[in-house]
Design a protein around this ligand. Structure first.
Ligand code: PMP
Length: 445
């Protein structure tokens, strides 16, 4: 298929992109035969690479049996098996799995489970969920109310109940040492202060991306932060929700990012890397006591038609097999360490790179006007679009956001599939080097 003159599709803008023809491993080809290295795994989704033959075969086998079984009519083997495998990977006590089709649905499910738990245990006055600014938790109105990013939320403010926010721990911007426990305490204590100022009896939950995704650009929390957050939540009877929609599935070097600090949430949500782009799939994994409370109190008032779709679950199972068989969490840790050190070398050559951060294969760099002040690049330069476009021309796909302070600051997520090799790292660095040089040439004209 060639590109149609007029498209009847629409997404965020009028921007058109190449028409995808096929994808294999870490590469994608457009209909003109141009090859791209998928340096962001789509939107941090295609963790095990594209068109994995074993996953496709598993899905084909399931397709021959059934592609849909409504969850209130039938239990299915793939859903049952995947729930058991997922629970076994999750922290102790998080034994109950609720399937959905994406990240926003998973967050929405966590909101509603937490609320129904509060009602079940006689704490119906708890309804506020504290989140961070900036953060991204999804596009549905419930998840959006937790999203700390005004450009996305402002138009809908009158339609959502305002939810309390605390600052994300961006130590690099505040001139604090992320390796100092005092820094972790400084940011975590903002949660306690917020709980106290809002009234602990009204706080239902705190939701956090253990390692920041699109909103903060692979932000790794400072030392001690996640542990202290856990302590504070426990102290005030506030449920801790880990939004692992982007980090879950091994990308950060551990299957769940919370494992980096041995911190267990009460509810965990996962999606992107779960079926890794082979099918729309997400899950909410909840502590068994919460689920028992809710089910004993009349049931969970929530559910999506496609939940537990057997085809999606068969893809999820095959993806888990692949992660285990190929040791992909470890590869994400090792290849990620190499990629991070190469990105830091780029920082030596380009003073506009103000920060390199992340863990495993969830990495990012941020462009600045001046490294000392970390002042963002001028908004008019449109760096977050420009550099991505140049990289496209050079056959490299990267993922960018402009979120610093809500409106300015450009960061770029570098998150290739977990099957990436040192050769792929070299190719990514070469593509970035060339693209940064061309970007600098462009803005100096
Ligand atoms: N939470 C996080 C941390 C995410 O990164 C995303 C997607 N970028 C979502 C929730 C929403 O997921 P989806 O787009 O699949 O609805």
């Amino acid at each position: 298929m060639s590109r149609p003159q007029t498209s009847h599709l629409f997404y965020q803008s009028r921007q058109r992109r190449p028409v995808l023809d096929q994808a294999r491993g870490v590469y994608m080809w457009d209909v003109d035969g141009k090859r791209y290295l998928d340096g962001s795994s789509g939107a941090m989704v295609c963790n095990i690479g594209h068109s994995n033959p074993r996953v496709l075969e598993a899905m084909r086998k399931q397709m021959d049996k059934s592609t849909f079984g409504y969850r209130l009519h039938f239990e299915t083997e793939p859903a049952e098996l995947l729930a058991a495998r997922t629970a076994a990977l999750a922290p102790e006590g998080l034994e109950k799995v609720f399937f959905v089709s994406g990240g926003s649905e998973a967050v929405e499910s966590a909101i509603k489970l937490a609320r129904q738990n509060a009602i079940a245990i006689g704490q119906a006055q708890r309804y506020k969920i504290i989140s961070r600014e900036p953060s991204y938790h999804g596009c549905t109105l419930g998840a959006l109310a937790l999203t700390g990013y005004a450009p996305l939320t402002a138009p809908f403010d009158p339609m959502m109940r305002p939810m309390p926010k605390i600052p994300a721990p961006r130590a690099y911007l505040d001139g604090l040492d992320p390796d100092d426990e005092a820094t972790g305490r400084h940011y975590a204590d903002m949660l306690e202060a917020k709980i106290l100022s809002e009234g602990p009896e009204t706080i239902l939950a705190f939701i956090v991306e253990p390692i920041g995704g699109a909103s903060t650009g692979a932000l790794v929390p400072p030392k001690g932060y996640m542990q202290r957050i856990r302590e504070i939540c426990t102290r005030y009877g506030v449920l801790l929700i880990h939004d692992e929609v982007m980090t879950g599935g091994g990308r950060t070097g551990k299957f769940f990012a919370g494992e980096h600090w041995n911190v267990d949430p009460d509810i965990l949500v996962i999606s992107k890397g779960f079926a890794a782009g082979y099918a729309p799939l997400g899950a909410m994994i909840a502590h068994k006591d919460i689920v028992t409370n809710v089910l004993d109190n009349g049931g969970f008032l929530h559910g999506f038609t496609y939940a537990g779709n057997p085809l999606a679950c068969s893809a999820g199972l095959a993806v888990l097999d692949e992660i285990e068989r190929e040791n992909l969490c470890q590869n994400a840790a090792e290849t990620g360490a190499l990629l991070k050190s190469e990105l830091k070398k780029l920082m030596d050559r380009y003073s506009i790179i103000g920060d390199v951060r992340g863990e495993g294969l969830l990495l990012a760099f941020e462009l600045v006007e001046d490294r000392a002040s970390l002042r963002p690049l001028a908004k008019e330069l449109n760096a977050f679009n420009e550099l991505v476009d140049i990289a496209y021309e050079n056959g490299l796909i990267i993922y960018s956001r402009r979120t610093r302070g809500g409106y300015s600051g450009d960061h770029f997520l570098i998150a290739p599939p977990m099957i990436s090799t040192p050769d792929h790292v070299a190719e990514i660095i070469e593509g970035l080097d060339l693209s940064l040089r061309q970007f600098l040439d462009r803005i100096s004209q």
